[in-house]
Design a protein around this ligand. Structure first.
Ligand code: CDP
Ligand code: CDP
Length: 224
C-alpha cells in the first residue's frame, strides 16, 4: 500500500490552524500533531521551575528531562507533561505571553523538531505550527500557509474567550497576537515564514469547513 502523506499547516496566531488541522485529520483518518502545544508545555515547565527564559542551554536541559505526550482521546487531544494533564494550563496567559521567547532558542527547537519528525515518520499526519513546511517536514506533500487579517484573528480569540466566560479585551488580544507574530517571524532560527512551495489560504472571510475542504482537495490532488 502507498505510504500516507504528511500535511503541513503553518501560519500566524489565530489563523485557524489547529481547528482546521483537527478537522482535516479527522476526515482523512490522519493523526493530528499540535506542535505549538509542545512548545507551550515546555514553557509551562520552565515557568514552574523558575528558569530564566533567556537561557537557551538551561531550557534545552529541562526539555531533555521532560516528556511531552499528545494523547488522542475521543474528546480531543490531551497534552501530558511528565504524565500530568496540562491541556488547559498551557493555554493560560502567562504561557501564551512567554512561549515565543522559549521557542526562539535553537537548542530547544532542534530537540522539538527531532521529536516532531519521529511522530510523523510513518506519514498520515497533519502537523500545525510555524516551521513545519520550511524546516520540520520540507518534503511534506501538502503545505498550507494559513493567514487572516490581524483584526479577524483577534476577533476570533476574543469570541473564543468570551464563550469560555474569560474576560477579554480586544485591543490587548490584538496587541499580544501582533507581538507574538513579530517575535515568531523575526527569530533567527526557523522563523515563521511561508515555504516557497506552500499554498497560501487567506481565511479572513472563510468558514472552518471551507478551509478544511480546500486542504482536503489539495491532499487528494497530490495523492494522484
Ligand atoms: O494557537 P496559537 O496560534 O496561539 O499558538 P500555538 O500554535 O499554540 O503556538 C504557540 C507558540 O509556539 C507560537 O507563537 C510560537 O512561538 C511557537 N511555535 C513555534 O515556534 N513553532 C511551531 N512549530 C509551533 C509553535
Ligand atoms: O491554531 P490557530 O492559532 O491558528 O487558530 P485556532 O485556535 O484554530 O482558531 C482560533 C479561533 O478562530 C477558534 O475559536 C476557531 O473556531 C476560530 N476560527 C474561525 O472562526 N474561522 C475560521 N475560518 C478559523 C478559525
Amino acid at each position: 500500500m502507498k505510504k500516507k502523506m504528511n500535511i503541513a499547516i503553518d501560519g500566524p496566531a489565530g489563523a485557524g490552524k489547529s481547528t482546521v488541522a483537527k478537522l482535516v485529520a479527522e476526515q482523512l483518518s490522519y493523526l493530528y500533531i499540535d506542535t505549538g502545544a509542545m512548545y507551550r508545555a515546555l514553557t509551562l515547565a520552565a515557568l514552574r521551575e523558575g528558569i530564566d527564559l533567556q537561557d537557551g542551554p538551561a531550557l534545552t536541559e529541562i526539555l531533555s528531562k521532560t516528556t511531552i505526550h499528545l494523547q488522542h482521546e475521543q474528546s480531543g487531544v490531551r497534552v501530558l507533561l511528565n504524565n500530568e494533564d496540562v491541556t488547559e494550563a498551557i493555554r493560560m496567559k502567562d504561557v501564551t505571553s512567554n512561549v515565543s521567547l522559549v521557542s526562539s532558542h535553537e537548542g530547544v527547537r532542534l530537540e522539538m523538531v527531532e521529536r516532531q519528525r519521529k511522530l510523523a515518520e510513518k506519514g498520515g499526519a497533519v502537523l500545525d505550527g510555524r516551521d513545519i513546511g520550511t524546516y520540520v517536514l520540507p518534503d511534506a506533500k501538502v503545505k498550507v500557509f494559513l493567514t487572516a487579517s490581524v483584526d479577524e484573528r483577534a476577533r476570533r480569540r476574543y469570541e473564543e474567550q468570551r464563550k469560555k466566560g474569560i474576560p477579554a479585551d480586544f485591543d490587548q488580544l490584538k496587541e499580544e497576537i501582533a507581538r507574538r507574530d513579530q517575535l515568531d517571524s523575526t527569530r533567527e532560527f526557523a522563523p515563521l515564514k511561508k515555504a516557497d512551495d506552500a499554498v497560501e489560504i487567506d481565511s479572513t472571510s472563510l468558514t472552518i469547513p471551507e478551509v478544511a475542504k480546500s486542504i482536503i482537495e489539495l491532499a487528494k490532488e497530490r495523492a494522484r
